[in-house]
Design a protein around this ligand. Structure first.
Ligand SMILES: O=C(O)CCC(=O)C(=O)O
Length: 323
């Protein structure tokens, strides 16, 4: 149950080959033209800075190259994690670039650890920013500035959101501060493992919306080009099992986090029941809602084939404690 299980435990999954490499190259060329207005050229190291960002959104309605990123494969992954047809269309926005030769080793987080949504007053059921995408427009090599991910931090943030954001909501920065107060040791190191996003141009890393993440140092020889859109739901999250539809993997993590420790077993049992292979989802049926681990933990052949088609691949990055 790879896509779903990793969403439960780690909070992220890598979708390899979400869109074609040549589409990524064409987007890079268009973005390179745009960056010249800011005095930055991908092929001129004298213009490079540690980081640069632009907030523009490029939607599918603009046609190629942007529309080439919106593949059925990417849509199927969003269907699997959020529920088929449950999400709103989104633009390719929040572009972040990191450049080589500017940061000093050792590798580590360079930006602050945060949950996205500084502008949102988030409650557990908020439909906004329900999935965060790291859309790789360049290859992202080891130590190449891939976004650093705090493994499993989404479950801690979800518990805090129930505790402090149930009524009035919480903004991203406050939620991040609360989570970091629990996740960081006295020396400012994260107690949870950290992995760096790595992949090829055309891959998309899908993050649970409550996962803490941070910009990292680019110590590799090439420019890292990515955009970081958030995908919203059409309706608030349905945070209870069963009707009106089976909970999506993103919803399930948030729902589970409201359980007090004593009730956690009951929560997990209900959750297992919902995840039982073969159970039909009113929403997401036929799109891999019960995909299985390709590593062979479960021998349900049909579901394994769904996972293979989806291409949810285990992310084999080395883990380390991170600052
Ligand atoms: O640049 C990155 O890898 C992450 C950037 C990010 O998450 C942010 O600035 O909000």
């Amino acid at each position: 149950m790879l896509g779903i299980m990793r969403e439960h435990t780690d909070g992220f999954v890598l979708l390899r080959g979400a869109f074609p490499r040549d589409a990524a190259a064409a987007c890079r060329a268009a973005i390179s033209d745009r960056l010249r207005q800011d005095g930055i050229a991908f092929d001129d190291p004298s213009t490079w800075v540690e980081r640069h960002s632009i907030p523009e959104l490029y939607g599918r309605e603009l046609g190629p190259p942007w529309s080439l990123v919106y593949t059925p494969r990417l849509a199927a992954a969003l269907d699997q994690l959020l529920g088929a047809g449950a999400w709103r269309d989104f633009g390719l926005g929040w572009w972040f670039f990191t450049f080589p030769g500017v940061s000093a080793p050792p590798w580590g987080a360079a930006g602050h650890w945060h949950v996205d949504g500084a502008h949102l007053n988030r409650t557990p059921a908020s439909p906004e920013g329900a999935l965060i995408l790291i859309v790789m427009l360049s290859d992202v090599a080891e130590r190449g500035g891939g976004t650093a991910l705090a493994v499993g931090s989404h479950r801690k943030a979800a518990r805090l959101l129930w505790a402090h954001g149930g009524e009035g909501g919480l903004r991203g920065p406050r939620l991040s501060r609360l989570a970091l107060a629990e996740l960081m040791d006295e020396e400012g190191a994260l107690r949870c493992p950290v992995v760096e996003t790595r992949g090829k141009a055309g891959d998309v890393m899908l993050l649970h919306p409550l996962l803490l993440h941070a910009r990292s140092k680019n110590l590799a020889p090439s420019v890292r080009v990515m955009c970081n859109p958030a995908v919203s739901l059409r309706a608030p999250m349905a945070l209870r099992p069963g009707s009106p539809h089976a909970m999506s993997p993103v919803e399930r993590v948030i729902w589970q986090a409201q359980c007090a420790p004593a009730a956690a077993a009951a929560c997990a049992a209900a959750d297992d029941d919902e995840l039982r292979p073969g159970r039909k989802r009113a929403r997401g049926a036929g799109r891999g809602g019960t995909s299985e681990d390709q590593s062979g933990d479960d021998d349900d052949g049909e579901a394994a084939a769904v996972a293979a088609r989806m291409g949810f691949a285990s992310f084999g990055a080395r883990r380390q404690r991170g600052r």
